[in-house]
Design a protein around this ligand. Sequence first.
Ligand SMILES: O=C(CO)[C@H](O)COP(=O)(O)O
Length: 173
Amino acid sequence: MSAEPARGAEPLRIVVAADNAGVELKDRLRDLMRDDPRVAGVVDVGVSDAADDTAYPVPAAAAAEMIARGEADRGVLVCGTGIGVAIAANKVPGIRATVAHDSYSAERSIKSNDCQIITFGARVIGPHAAEKILTEWLGHRFDAASPSAAKVARITEYENEHAGAGAAGTGCG
Ligand SMILES: O=C(CO)[C@H](O)COP(=O)(O)O
């Protein structure tokens, strides 16, 4: 797979985050992306150290909020399973996040679902497999003219219709 920017595709601004279970893989993926010409920049919102036991919803929500504010295009989040950071990120309005430990799911998370965030479980996937999936993921773009677009728009409509209804929040500030 070429690491050249796709024709017409703008380099991506990426935010990364992890809890202490995911920090090692997060750092590895961050450094890989910093060398990738398809990436305009990588912001790391932590945690920065395996001794930091900040609960996974905190860095996950911080990363997702950056995307929601338009400060980053995509996010890469890591915890033990990838599940907790995905759930937390999805609580941020407008965010679509999913764990994807295989190539096809990672591709469809962009092309079908226009997910801004991919998550990995450091206790589930090996670093080389995660790097391969991430490298491919950087090359995928959502096609707003595709039949998938109306389905994603329906998610946004639902979110807008129910904004504020029953919101429990993440307690992440
Ligand atoms: O994987 C996690 C959350 O999905 C996290 O890294 C560990 O969470 P725990 O099993 O509740 O400690």
